[in-house]
Ligand binder design. Structure first.
Ligand SMILES: C[S@@+](CC[C@H](N)C(=O)[O-])C[C@H]1O[C@@H](n2cnc3c(N)ncnc32)[C@H](O)[C@@H]1O
Length: 192
């Protein structure tokens, strides 16, 4: 949606670095397990922002496609990837209208919530492929400042993933602090 592009461009223009250059701590923590489990190297970063996680995955040997609506964020991400000496296929996409047309061995979704995209992403995984979702949950404080449509409810992410064909390898909800989050590492059923 054009309004999302404008809103996020403003945010990325106003801050030198929105979420920093280091990969998400969860991704950094789980990378050895991810590498040991993924059936291949094709990775997708949903709503990649300034590319901190896309670049990290490329440095780990993944062939990364990364999608976002903000051309400002994508411009920064492309510069960062060049500086890091890695190739990432950054594409400007409105995820509200996105349809998966290829398969991935790893899909990551950090700090972005579009509920219908989670089962669609799981369907786009290759057999045995991994999906990581890590995003904000609602809390009384956040509901004052955030649109509830973009906040997970307690237990919601687990419920979504339990309805998918595969296994939840881990699930956690970190309810403390000013940014409660829910996280899942899901593995699509492998061929028997
Ligand atoms: C909080 S940032 C997260 C960035 C990144 N995943 C990270 O953790 O560093 C949310 C991202 O969602 C993107 N976004 C918001 N609405 C979008 C849409 N409709 N289509 C594609 N990207 C969108 C924003 O541009 C922004 O980069």
């Amino acid at each position: 949606m054009e309004a999302d592009r404008v809103k996020w461009n403003r945010r990325f223009e106003s801050e030198e670095s929105y979420l920093g250059a280091h990969p998400s701590p969860l991704l950094a923590r789980e990378i050895a397990r991810i590498r040991s489990l993924v059936p291949g190297k094709r990775a997708l970063d949903i709503a990649c922002g300034e590319g901190r996680n896309s670049i990290f995955l490329a440095q780990q040997g993944f062939l990364v496609k990364a999608l976002d609506i903000s051309d400002v964020a994508l411009g920064k991400a492309a510069r960062r990837a060049e500086e890091a000496g890695v190739l990432v296929d950054f594409q400007q996409v409105d995820l509200d209208e996105y349809r998966f047309r290829e398969q991935f061995d790893l899909i990551i979704n950090f700090n972005f919530l579009l509920r219908e995209l989670i089962p669609a992403a799981a369907r786009a995984l290759s057999e045995g492929g991994l999906l990581i979702v890590d995003t904000i949950m609602e809390s009384p404080e956040l509901l004052v400042s955030h649109n509830p449509a973009y906040l997970l409810r307690r237990g919601e992410l687990r419920k979504i993933c339990e309805g998918l064909e595969g296994e939840v390898l881990f699930y956690e909800e970190l309810a403390e602090g000013d940014m409660p989050t829910a996280r899942v590492l899901f593995r699509k059923k492998a061929a028997s």
